[in-house]
Design a protein around this ligand. Structure first.
Ligand code: HEC
Ligand code: HEC
Ligand code: HEC
Length: 239
């Protein structure tokens, strides 16, 4: 009896110690009617996969095969290029997705202090893995191979349309539909990421903080949807 009690509390302690705060929020999520309806519509009309049209003149530079994506939960549904809406930013955002976990930009909960570090992930082409958040020492990145993700995948495969919509809404409930602006990280005063602590050499960290492309994109953010392309003046380039 004593042993059983001990075992039960030991197992409870282990599961509490390894609980991922993001999957906990997903499990406890209570999407409202509007969010469920949005999920149903999204699943009924899936976005078309982008296709590369054959070019009239064969390209001089040879295209590489697409590298296989890192084995994370997000990637198991979102294929190679999840960002498509904003033509100014999408190439940069998709490029960032190779070394920066989706959770870094899409899970920014209020009132929780997150730390950011490298986490090993199968399929990542960076020797240190990916930059991902952790909360109170617990990693937040959800890998495809985690038992929580495997269970979810099974549930998803067996689900009917109504349950799929519910799962989609639950998974995305704690997430931000839009990530932070480029200046959230490429900033020398208040960067979300401490590039030096992440192991970047001081001069490389400085370069990333002051990255001119990120600053330019941020500075020329369209003022309104009516004017999606903001006119660029020569002085914008000189600033
Ligand atoms: C079970 C499949 C599935 C998984 C896993 C998944 N997504 Fe999605 N996600 C979708 C679908 C379906 C949509 C609807 C639009 C689309 O098809 O891209 C979507 C939409 C989104 C959107 C746009 C806003 C919204 O809610 O519609 C964001 C941002 C997003 N996902 C981020 C993520 C991140 C980050 C992860 C990993 C933590 C993730 N997704 C995991 C299926 C998934
Ligand atoms: C460097 C930060 C960053 C990372 C990393 C990131 N996102 Fe995003 N994501 C954004 C921003 C910013 C937007 C809003 C774009 C805009 O302005 O329209 C966005 C929008 C989206 C959307 C809405 C559709 C669209 O075309 O904008 C989806 C879906 C999405 N992200 C999924 C993902 C997934 C899946 C990953 C991981 C593979 C990921 N994101 C990684 C910053 C990021
Ligand atoms: C979550 C933090 C974060 C956000 C948000 C972010 N970046 Fe970055 N960015 C990084 C990191 C980290 C690197 C370095 C990646 C590496 O070492 O592979 C980087 C690299 C870059 C580089 C390559 C610079 C070089 O010298 O190699 C460019 C260009 C860039 N980002 C532009 C952007 C733009 C444009 C946006 C907005 C659409 C953006 N970034 C948003 C973190 C971020």
């Amino acid at each position: 009896m004593m042993i059983r009690c001990f075992l039960v509390s030991y197992l409870a302690w282990i599961s509490a110690a390894v609980a991922n705060p993001l999957t906990m929020e997903m499990d406890q999520a209570q999407p409202d009617a509007k969010e469920l309806q949005q999920a149903r519509e999204q699943l009924q009309q899936p976005l078309p996969q982008p296709v590369a049209e054959p070019l009239f003149v064969p390209p001089f530079h040879k295209r590489m095969d697409e590298p296989s994506p890192p084995a994370t939960l997000c990637r198991s549904c979102h294929q190679q290029a999840p960002h498509r809406n904003d033509p100014r930013k999408r190439a940069f955002l998709n490029m960032h997705g190779r070394h920066i976990a989706c959770e870094t930009c899409h899970w920014l909960p209020e009132g929780k202090k997150l730390d950011y570090g490298w986490v090993k992930v199968l399929g990542s082409d960076h020797p240190d893995g990916m930059i991902a958040p952790s909360f109170e020492g617990e990693p937040v990145l959800i890998r495809e191979t985690d038992s929580w993700a495997r269970k979810l995948k099974q549930e998803w495969e067996q689900a009917d349309d109504a349950l799929k919509a519910e799962i989609k809404a639950r998974l995305h409930y704690p997430l931000q539909a839009k990530g932070p602006g480029c200046g959230a990280c490429h900033d020398d005063e208040a960067s979300l990421l401490d590039f030096r602590a992440l192991g970047y050499k001081p001069e490389r960290a400085r370069e990333l903080e002051l990255d001119p492309t990120a600053r330019f994109i941020e500075r020329t953010e369209p003022v309104s949807a009516d004017e999606p392309v903001r006119r660029i003046h020569i002085r914008d380039l000189l600033e």
